[in-house]
Design a protein around this ligand. Structure first.
Ligand code: AMP
Length: 368
């Protein structure tokens, strides 16, 4: 990519971050974020501080999902498969241990048919079809408030994989807004499969593993007894802070890639969610800045118990594409060969190669 293309991309991403900072609740926490951004984009930081309004208006709370949502998703999933509108390919699973972590690797040849993203810098970019502007009726589940629709994933590897999409186009390169976090929390309440909890994830930026540019937060059921990386990271304890959150983000001590985890309290308010997201994003932006990344790419994952963010430096390693699910312990392989590659290389090495190295304790400034 040429220098001017890099600068153009940086301007777009700065605008997205400015939009994020200007949301009422996020402005409360903008000092954290502007501190993380200051050295990278001093003008942006100054603008954001001057626009900060700590008495911003409240957002409209989203109506809760209907109690019948789990039945709806199960019946719609079956009918969409029967109608041929949803491609479901059963996969095999292999657990690959890595220290006290287990990476569950799904081998799914259907991944090879996943749409390949059109990059901005392609020599002759073609107009890209946006499947989320007019979702297919067979995949449509319901609306969530005025701003979101819930739809089934057309190419499912995990049953009941669904997406929360914005009704109007919003860029996937923008961080999650306060309304997005509220919508995510609403969806996480649904008990779509017994014996499972929902994992929400958001692949943000061009190196994050996303294939669609229209904002979409995804949800898959994960077995209750499967401990993901953030579950294990939290089991090491959480440093206490004196701020409104009461805890500093933590990381798994045996994992080489930068990642940040915070527990989510029971029945969180939107403020609780925004504070945690802002705190994790501030560290993510600091890591991207300190390591000279020119593009803002990161993975977000969340359950009812925790929130996780990890900055990204590469989309794939050894042909294995990794998105947010991979970074928390659920890798996907397109073939048996890719499974062998993951086993031989080690899942912690694969994820470290697509993430960014951790900033050491000495380099980290624990002032936010
Ligand atoms: P990502 O690749 O992380 O950007 O996620 C986009 C998801 O949208 C993928 O899991 C795709 O399988 C899914 N998808 C692609 N096309 C459609 C469609 N027409 N309707 C619903 N989901 C789709």
């Amino acid at each position: 990519m040429s220098k001017s293309q890099h600068i153009g991309k940086a301007v777009v991403e700065e605008n997205l971050i400015t939009g994020f900072l200007n949301q009422p609740r996020i402005e409360l926490h903008c000092m954290l974020l502007t501190r993380a951004l200051t050295k990278q984009t001093p003008q942006l930081a100054t603008k954001s501080i001057s626009r900060a309004n700590c008495f911003g208006s409240s957002i409209k709370m989203l109506p809760p999902l209907s109690d019948t949502f789990p039945d709806l998703i199960r019946s719609k999933f079956s009918s969409a498969v029967d109608a041929g509108s949803l491609t479901f390919t059963p996969s095999t699973e292999k657990d690959v241990p890595a220290g006290d972590l287990i990476f569950r690797v799904r081998v799914a040849p259907s991944l090879a048919q996943k749409p390949v993203p059109t990059r901005e810098h392609d020599e002759a970019p073609k107009a890209k079809f946006n499947p989320f502007l007019n979702p297919e009726p067979d995949l449509f589940l319901c609306d969530l408030g005025d701003r979101y629709s819930l739809i089934l994933n057309k190419f499912s590897i995990v049953p009941y994989h669904f997406l929360c999409i914005t009704k109007k186009f919003e860029p996937q390169r923008a961080p999650l807004s306060e309304e997005d976090l509220s919508a995510t929390w609403e969806c996480l309440q649904a008990n779509v499969k017994s014996g499972s909890r929902l994992l929400a994830f958001y692949n943000c930026g061009e190196l994050s593993g996303a294939s669609q540019e229209h904002k979409h937060i995804q949800f898959i059921p994960v077995p209750h007894d499967l401990k993901l990386l953030p579950d294990i990271a939290l089991s090491y304890g959480i440093p206490v802070s004196k701020d409104a959150i009461g805890q500093f983000p933590t990381s798994h001590p045996g994992v080489a890639f930068a990642h940040f985890v915070l527990p989510v309290p029971k029945n969180p308010s939107t403020d609780d969610l925004v504070m945690r997201f802002s705190s994790l994003l501030a560290r993510t932006l600091t890591t991207l800045r300190e390591q000279g990344q020119r593009t803002i790419s990161f993975n977000f994952a969340m359950t009812k118990d925790w929130m996780f963010l990890a900055p990204r430096g590469q989309e794939s390693y050894g042909g294995v594409s990794v998105n947010a699910t991979g970074m928390v312990g659920l890798l996907l392989a397109k073939s048996e060969e890719q499974l062998d590659f993951i086993k031989n290389t080690g899942p912690l090495e694969v994820t470290a190669r697509v993430g960014l190295p951790r900033i050491t304790e000495d380099e980290q400034q624990h002032d936010y």
